[in-house]
Design a protein. Structure first.
Lengths: 114, 116
């Protein structure tokens, strides 16, 4: 069964510092991995995805993520955090089975303090 | 020019009532979804339709009935509402090929359902 874990409920960083939001997934074939962001009272917005190829993928708003197959991880990173990055972040996985169902992690709340 | 739009944005109703939530997408996507986000912000898929055909039906009470009149619309009807149905319901869509599900989901802004 496919599953996604976000081990941290909350991540706090100071503005200007690098940020990392962690995600690991269960191994079952070749996953497609996604990061989404949710601002208050809004739907999820797509940030970036990994399909194949280069393990480092770049996405919207200066975010990037590194796929690590041996550690089954897909951590979200940004070199310099902004206060406006404060939001709820979800990692998700899809496979070419099970009708492509997206399975989401439980979410990580990122707070960037000035 | 909202890509995925849901109505209503807020829905407050009493236990036992029947209500519907509507969703429309103008992205030309073939697949649409309903997700439920509970008070802890956990997201759970409820249903998925591809070209008006039901392809994912998670363990959801049969009081919940989705309907897709065409591939741009996916509505959710809920009978005999219960307190535990209170949540935010999100509609989403994606464009997938039959052999590759690597497209991201596009979400609406949600419908906050409160059952009193």
């Amino acid at each position: 069964a496919q599953s996604v874990a976000q081990p941290e409920d909350q991540v706090n960083v100071a503005e200007g510092n690098p940020l990392t939001v962690k995600c690991t997934y269960s191994v079952s074939g070749n996953p497609y991995l996604f990061w989404y962001v949710q601002y208050p009272n809004r739907g999820l917005q797509f940030l970036l995805k990994y399909i194949t190829g280069d393990n480092l993928v770049k996405g919207s708003y200066g975010f990037e993520a590194e796929f690590n197959k041996s550690q089954t991880s897909f951590h979200l990173k940004k070199p310099s955090a902004l206060v406006s990055d404060s939001a709820l972040y979800f990692c998700a996985v899809r496979f070419n089975t099970n009708a492509g169902k997206s399975t989401f992690g439980d979410g990580t709340t990122l707070t960037v303090k000035p | 020019d909202t890509a995925v739009s849901q109505t209503p944005k807020y829905l407050v109703t009493q236990m036992g009532n029947d209500k519907s939530i509507k969703c429309e997408q103008n992205l030309g996507h073939d697949t649409m979804y309903w997700y439920k986000q509970d008070s802890k912000k956990f997201l759970k898929i409820m249903f998925s339709y591809n070209n008006k055909e039901l392809i994912i039906n998670e363990t959801v009470p049969n009081r919940f009935s989705p309907k897709s009149p065409d591939k741009a619309h996916l509505n959710l009807h809920i009978n005999s509402l219960e307190l535990g149905d209170s949540a935010v319901y999100f509609c989403a869509s994606s464009q997938d090929s039959p052999s590759s599900y690597n497209s991201p989901l596009h979400f609406g802004n949600g419908t906050r359902l409160t059952v009193t």
